[in-house]
Design a protein around this ligand. Structure first.
Ligand code: NAP
Length: 247
């Protein structure tokens, strides 16, 4: 129980990596408000699956790209949990295509869902966290935000932006005992990577020294570490969880 009596917000908690993060935090004693966009049934199931007498797990429908929805989420979490110690900015989407075919809306929607969302939630939680002089903020980036990827210029720009935003906030908020770090997953088996065909997966695996794709739980364990007191002297870092792909 590394997070006994802590309270967290996790964006995009219904599926894939976000769902594994919500489970990992809750199983370690942390109450969680998680957001979702469309998966209402999964949200209800997750609440039922993880709530206990001492741990509250509550879904909240909120578009991460909307600033006012972020403010409403924070208000809801403060009301239901009595405070927020941990923020995990996980919600994200892809709209992959070559630059020549990429529309303005392909670019804007990915930047808004993946990067502006991180601004929205960080800004919305800032005053309560500054006031309590404690906080752990973990932003989910991606290894492609470090090395780039053809056909993902919008996504890569958003994930590289998340890394810059993380480092600036780590410097700005350290005096108030708020740690800000990023996790950069490699290829993790979720709905997002389900679209890849076998040939593409083989090509990816050829560059993964540990010779397997990642599981959502692999990322969730890194988030648990960065949420807990075990990482109190770590801030402004990007922890890759990628089987050794980028080193
Ligand atoms: P996923 O399986 O597609 O799940 C995405 C989650 O984000 C869902 O819970 C979805 O909610 C939520 N979401 C999407 N847009 C949202 C919005 N505008 N507002 C609120 N919630 C929203 O994705 P994943 O693979 O778990 O990815 C999670 C994060 O890890 C993303 O930031 C992604 O970029 C990053 N990542 C993933 C990989 C990978 O290989 N999978 C690698 C590197 C980084 P609904 O269910 O309600 O739609």
């Amino acid at each position: 129980m590394k997070l006994l009596n802590k309270r967290a917000i996790v964006t995009g908690g219904t599926r894939g990596i976000g769902r594994a993060i919500v489970s990992e935090l809750a199983n370690n004693g942390c109450s969680v408000v998680f957001t979702y966009f469309s998966s209402e049934d999964s949200a209800k199931n997750l609440e039922k699956e993880l709530s206990t007498e001492t741990v509250k797990v509550l879904g909240f429908k909120a578009d991460a790209s909307s600033f006012s929805a972020a403010e409403e989420t924070v208000k809801y979490a403060l009301d239901k949990l009595g405070g927020v110690d941990i923020l995990v900015n996980n919600a994200g989407i892809t709209k992959d295509t070559l630059l020549l075919r990429m529309s303005e809306s392909d670019f804007d929607s990915v930047i808004n869902s993946n990067l502006k969302s991180v601004f929205n939630y960080t800004k919305a939680i800032l005053k309560p966290m500054l006031g309590q002089r404690f906080g752990k903020i973990i932003n989910i980036s991606s290894v492609v935000g470090i090395i780039g990827n053809a056909g993902q210029a919008n996504y890569v720009a958003s994930k590289a932006g998340v890394i810059g935003f993380t480092k600036s906030n780590a410097k700005e908020l350290s005096s108030r005992n708020i740690n800000v770090n990023a996790v950069a997953p490699g290829f993790i088996e979720t709905d997002m990577t389900d679209k890849l065909n076998e040939q593409q997966k083989e090509a990816i695996l050829a560059n993964v020294p540990l010779k397997r794709l990642g599981k959502p739980e692999d990322v969730a364990k890194a988030v648990l570490f960065l949420s807990s007191a075990d990482s109190d002297y770590i801030t402004g870092q990007v922890l890759t969880v990628d089987g050794g792909m980028v080193m």
